[in-house]
Design a protein around this ligand. Structure first.
Ligand code: NIG
Length: 402
């Protein structure tokens, strides 16, 4: 048994759209007790079960482990040069049309050894875990052949706390006819990826990437194979992505920078979670999606980091919280909810994201008692102890970041 006592416990059981700290479902002087991988008690410290290992939180803020629902963590190479080109005025789509972008990462990834890919992905994963991300979704998409996509899937599956997603329709493979690749993804890759541990499937609906009918074919193939569908929707151009995600019953529609009112209404009706990626909008100097419009329509909002080598290379959780507030208009409590309960909903994981008996024992103890401090003091990671599956990673109060 492991019990964290005397904490400001954010259960994340409040309504996300509510004002102030209401989304957090706070328990003052609260405790969370875990038995092995599960939570067995959440409530006042005075009622917590006795015995076992005790962490005295001294009034500090305790949340569920963070769930990042959108990353592309497994890749080789570096596209800092493209970033500099964008800073000098080139756009993401222009660079991609010149043969850069995703295709340049595909080349570097195919040339890298398994060991190099695993080691770089493992380092990124470790940094995220230390800052409180106990669950992270990881997409393939830089292999773009059946064998290379399955290789990236195997590497993703070997990382701790990862939810793997097949992203076969990320770009047309160099030298291949697009219809042939779409057919291979639907007929060969998707069923095999499902057998080898993929949990979700995704597609990139965008000018220069894939059309709505191609994305529909891939996600329907994913659903037939038992995968949870997601869609990269309306990122750079308005392409009816939110409506397609809603029609297909996607768990999440991701990006949504260009989504209009009809698209928002469609995902509201379908119960599709909006995964907003404000750091990507910041990185590409785009207008970020406003979370307020989605919340007003009754849509659940999650925040994802979208860590990848091209459109977003910032790994910091506190920068993501800050971007969720400063760029997308969430309150600090709504942003924290979006990074926990929201991320779990986007991935259809009902065993995490909130603190309740029976849920996974994934917890983060912060160096502050004040939830507002986290998106305010950004660029510094504030997690002092991360508990994943009931195991403590890091030393409680080893240092005080505040
Ligand atoms: O989510 N939009 C498509 N995929 C990534 C970018 C990947 C890349 O540029 O390498 C994204 O932003």
């Amino acid at each position: 048994m492991l019990t964290v006592r005397n904490a400001r416990v954010a259960t994340m059981t409040g309504a996300q759209a509510a004002a102030g700290n209401a989304p957090l479902g706070l328990i003052e002087d609260g405790a969370v007790a875990c038995d092995g991988e599960r939570i067995v008690y959440v409530g006042p410290s005075g009622g917590a079960p006795a015995g076992g290992e005790i962490i005295d939180a001294r009034g500090r803020f305790l949340t569920p482990g963070f769930v990042d629902p959108h990353t592309h963590l497994v890749f080789a190479g570096d596209r800092a040069g493209e970033h500099a080109q964008r800073l000098a005025g080139a756009t993401y789509l222009e660079i991609a049309a010149r043969g850069g972008g995703i295709r340049s990462t595909v080349e570097a990834t195919r040339a890298a050894t398994d060991e190099a890919l695993l080691e770089s992905a493992r380092r990124r994963r470790q940094r995220m875990l230390r800052s409180g991300v106990t669950t992270v979704e990881v997409k393939t998409g830089y292999g773009l052949s059946v064998a290379d996509e399955l290789r990236l899937l195997r590497i993703a599956c070997s990382l701790e706390g990862v939810v793997p997603t097949l992203l076969g329709l990320h770009a047309v493979p160099p030298g291949m006819e697009r219809a042939r690749w779409v057919a291979e993804v639907c007929e060969d890759l998707t069923p095999e990826a499902a057998r080898r541990g993929a949990r979700g499937c995704d597609a990139f609906l965008e000018q220069g990437a894939f059309t709505a009918s191609e994305c529909r074919a891939a996600l329907e193939a994913g659903r037939r194979a038992g995968l949870v569908p997601h869609l990269h929707a309306d990122q750079l151009t308005a392409g009816g992505g939110a409506q397609l995600a809603a029609n297909l019953g996607c768990a999440s529609a991701d990006h949504l920078e260009k989504t209009n009112a009809a698209g928002i209404a469609a995902i509201a009706r379908a119960g599709t979670t909006a995964v907003l990626l404000p750091l990507a909008a910041f990185f590409l100097k785009q207008q970020p999606a406003s979370a307020v419009k989605f919340l007003e329509a009754g849509v659940t909002v999650a925040l994802g980091s979208n860590v990848n080598p091209g459109s977003q290379r910032i790994e910091s959780v506190s920068m993501l919280l800050a971007a969720g507030c400063l760029l997308s208009g969430l309150t600090p409590a709504q942003a924290l909810w979006a990074c926990t309960a929201g991320g779990a909903r986007a991935l259809r994981l009902d065993d995490r994201g909130v603190l309740q008996p029976g849920k996974r024992a994934d917890l983060v103890l912060f160096s502050t008692s004040d939830p507002d401090h986290l998106p305010y003091h950004a660029g510094v990671e504030h997690a002092e102890a991360v508990i994943q599956g009931g195991k403590i990673l890091g030393t409680p109060f080893g240092d005080t970041l505040k």
